[in-house]
Design a protein around this ligand. Structure first.
Ligand code: PMP
Length: 361
């Protein structure tokens, strides 16, 4: 008998069960090809259909305008921290908004390539809020303004995009990808690792406006790190993470069947509200983020007592709620409730937290 836990991991994370079952069914013989997608040439007819359908479904889900390219890349979000400046820093100047560890890493990496200005930060209060970005001191010659839109570790989310004063906006959406509708036209580049909301680790999806794809990259930019290389080759310059892209494609179809991103936002809002409402009235558990800036994907919370936190993590795990430990840099707990976490999982977690609170009051 198959036994599944409620997996609150920040990533790699829970995937829709129906997607996993479908992949299992197709494992040995994908649609009469007599082989697994893992064993298939990325230049084959069958694979061509898989990657083209994945792109078409993503375009439909996100309503991606025609002047944007969709890329399936490798190297994790971390490689993008370097690829972005190498490709976009024509003036060798960029502005970064630092709202957490991932934004900070991107900021530090960009410093290898030019002048990088930290135009806003929330580090003064351990990244527990999103700074006011309505009227920042945007650099005159900035090639782009960079944000991490949902901060996985701290559980904050930009509810409004920064006013970039006409500069290109670059956004890391790793932990909020496809969790709600977005207006792609507001960005120059949207990217994220898929291992949270979309698929298995090893794939990065990048959506880039056509005019930003040029040969004019920083000297020494490796061929593999030029967006143009991958645009020209339609994500098949080298062997792509073929199986991962296939699973992403299944998740895109699953999202379409759920009713698309409007519907996902509705469900995600409900799931998050269930947990936040409980935290707000609890005498034991507290959320750690300024209310207005709360993420609907990553929900950090604490009891205020390290021993009690440890006890909660241990007992919750025994009860089938796993990976609730907060990021090693902040401690406490964190429930990541991505698209594939069913409502029932959050309901049961809240019931468990209620019981724990009663028993340990
Ligand atoms: N950005 C965000 C928002 C993340 O949550 C993470 C990772 N968990 C990363 C970047 C780094 O991703 P990767 O491990 O794919 O490089």
């Amino acid at each position: 008998k198959v036994s599944r836990v409620y997996n609150f991991s920040a990533g790699p994370a829970v995937l829709p069960e129906s997607v996993l079952r479908e992949a299992a069914e197709e494992m040995l013989d994908y649609k009469g090809t007599g082989m697994s997608v893992m064993e298939m040439s990325h230049r084959s007819k069958a694979y061509d259909t898989i990657i083209k359908e994945a792109e078409a479904d993503l375009r439909e889900l996100m309503n991606i305008p025609d002047n944007y390219k969709v890329l399936f890349l490798q190297g994790g979000a971390n490689l993008q921290f370097a690829m972005i400046p190498m490709n976009l820093m024509k003036n060798k100047v960029a502005d970064y908004i630092v709202t957490g560890q991932w934004a900070k890493k991107a900021y530090n990496e960009a410093k290898l390539y030019g002048t990088v200005n930290k135009i806003a930060s929330s580090e003064d209060k351990t990244f527990s809020y999103i700074p006011d970005c309505s009227d920042l001191n945007i650099s005159e010659n900035a090639d782009y303004v960079y944000i991490c839109e949902n901060n996985t570790i701290y559980g904050t989310k930009f509810k409004e995009l920064p006013n970039t004063k006409g500069k290109t906006l670059v956004s890391d959406v790793s932990s909020c990808f496809l969790s709600e509708p977005v207006d792609v036209s507001k960005y120059g580049l949207i990217y994220g690792g898929v291992q949270k909301n979309i698929g298995p680790a090893g794939v990065v999806v990048a959506i880039i406006r056509e005019d930003l794809v040029t040969d004019d990259t920083l000297p020494g930019t490796p061929t593999m790190m030029k967006y143009k290389t991958h645009v020209d080759a339609k994500s098949l310059y080298n062997t792509p993470p073929a199986y991962g892209i296939y699973i992403c494609g299944k998740v895109f179809k699953w999202l379409k069947a759920q009713g698309g991103l409007e519907k996902m936002k509705e469900i995600n809002d409900k799931k998050a509200a269930l947990l936040y409402d409980f935290l707000d009235q609890s005498n034991m558990f507290k959320g750690t983020v300024v209310k207005e800036d709360r993420s609907i994907m990553n929900v950090p919370f604490v009891t205020g007592n390290d021993e009690l936190d440890a006890k909660f993590i241990k007992e919750s795990e025994k009860a089938g709620f796993v990976n609730l430990k907060g990021h090693r840099s902040v401690g406490g707990m964190r429930a990541s409730i991505y698209n594939a976490m069913p409502m029932e999982g959050v309901e049961k977690l809240v019931d468990f937290m209620k019981k724990f609170e009663e028993e340990n009051a």
